[in-house]
Design a protein around this ligand. Structure first.
Ligand SMILES: [Zn+2]
Length: 462
């Protein structure tokens, strides 16, 4: 057995021997260094204690993009009532909607994915149990009697030093739960990002004039950035995040107040008339207002010289529209033309644009102010990260690629993303070293940039 000294991880080579035996001898030299490096996560979400004790089925549901919106496959509110109901309620709802068998069917397929089978092996080595899903969940439940210590172990094992926390997805949690998570991952630091849609969620239901809406939008946005008033759950923000692309597709900046005002008036008239589940009707009604808000927010980013993250690729079906998420739909915001001048704010398309990875990479190649972020693809395409990282490095400068996980719900997503991100990044960099396109030192410096340096310089973290 090969022993390698490594910061943080005691058993990272366990379960790796097959993989290692197929690698070029140079790989071990690269991997030894890369695996010990710190990580900054450019885009990720809160973990709550609600997944501390779980079942195999529930775990699979919560970790996957297929499973987590399972409630939307039943009439509004039914799935939550079933989840939280007593035995009699569960029985009645099951009879009416066939909930248990539908969820079991969905999660059975997810459990048959290579991703889940690989995850089970990896977690079994971390937890010291048999590589079966049931055994992993049993060992995890035992370990999670002290949940926050377990979460802290996962973060330390892959050496997280900073996360950029998008507080726009919290499953109803507030400041207390966010701080609880942030405290649990110490010494890793958490730096918050403000999502535009959080402000819209607060203001869209209000019966107020457009002037008041506009004024409150700007005030709230600045509070979230500066950490004044309610701030971003009581703290300042280091950048912003927008979810506009999956709602409307091509984003053209909008400066015309008259158009935005008309959109606000239409929203007021139809607010209680359109079902929240009619996604196209909802997005169409507020499209111009959202473009106007986005433009105000991007102007603020430009003024402060902070980046705007934009949800791209990925999906989060069935709530948002898959066909809208083409990375090239971001070209107008990368340019951000005004008075015939491209002002070029710092744009971070998220999720590697997956599955349109090549388009996201090409956009980042062409526009100097456009960056490349690796989340969702990392960790969900597991072993194929090697090919994807090769594809990204074809055209995106190493100084513009940023590691991220987009971890949510399940803390092991942070761990897997870090573990696999480092492993397959080392494999891709080794390919360059062996091929002579990068020197060993250039490859290691590339890993440093991708894993933490680029994030720190872009967000000006100390
Ligand atoms: Zn996210």
């Amino acid at each position: 057995m090969i022993m390698i000294s490594n910061a943080g991880s005691s058993n990272h080579l366990e379960g790796l021997s097959l993989f290692l035996s197929r690698q070029h001898p140079e790989f071990l030299k690269v991997f030894e260094i890369v695996n010990g490096l710190p990580i900054d996560d450019t885009h990720c979400h809160i973990i709550t204690a609600r997944d501390a004790i779980t079942t195999p089925q529930r775990y699979v549901e919560r970790i996957s993009l297929t499973g987590y919106p399972v409630g939307t496959y039943f009439p509004q509110g039914i799935y939550d009532r079933w989840l939280n109901g007593d035995e009699a309620t569960k029985f009645d709802l099951d009879k009416a909607y066939g909930i248990q068998s539908k969820v079991a069917g969905i999660t059975r397929d997810i459990a048959e994915s290579v991703f889940m089978k690989f995850l089970v092996k990896e977690l079994a080595s971390f937890l010291g149990c048999e590589p079966r899903l049931e055994a992993v969940i049993e060992a995890r439940n035992e370990r999670c009697k002290n949940y926050w210590a377990y979460v802290n172990d996962l973060f330390r094992d892959v050496n997280y030093e900073n996360i950029m926390l998008d507080t726009g997805y919290t499953e109803g949690c507030g400041a207390t739960e966010i701080s609880e998570f942030e405290d649990s991952i110490s010494p890793c630091r958490s730096n918050r990002l403000a999502r535009i849609e959080m402000i819209q969620r607060e203001l869209f239901p209000l019966e107020i004039s457009f002037e008041e809406y506009e004024q409150r939008f700007v005030t709230r946005m600045r509070e979230m950035l500066d950490g004044e008033g309610e701030g971003n759950y009581g703290k300042k923000s280091y950048g912003m995040k927008s979810y506009l692309l999956p709602f409307i597709g091509l984003i053209r900046p909008l400066y015309d107040r008259g158009v935005a005002q008309a959109s606000w008036n239409t929203l007021r008239e139809s607010f209680h008339k359109i079902s929240p589940r009619d996604r196209e009707a909802n997005y169409n009604v507020s499209k111009d207002l959202r473009r106007y808000d986005f433009t105000i927010a991007l102007e603020e980013c430009l003024k402060r010289d902070i980046p705007m993250q934009i949800h791209t690729g990925d999906g989060e079906a069935p709530s948002v529209i898959l066909r809208n998420q083409d990375p090239f739909f971001l070209e107008e915001v990368c340019r951000f033309d005004r008075d015939d001048v491209m002002r070029m704010p710092k744009i971070i398309p998220l999720h590697a644009g997956y599955p349109s990875v090549g388009k996201a990479a090409w956009l980042s190649h062409l526009y100097p102010n456009c960056y490349f972020e690796l989340s969702i693809m990392t960790p969900f395409v597991h072993q194929s990260l090697f090919q994807r990282y090769m594809q990204v490095m074809e055209v995106v400068p190493l100084s513009k690629i940023m590691y991220a996980s987009d971890a949510y719900h399940i803390p092991e997503l942070y761990w897997l993303a870090g573990r696999w991100g480092k492993r397959y990044l080392a494999q891709a960099l080794t390919e360059h070293v062996v091929g002579g396109t990068l020197s060993f030192d250039e490859a290691i410096e590339g890993a440093r940039m991708i894993l933490y340096k680029n994030n720190r310089s872009l967000y000006r973290l100390n």
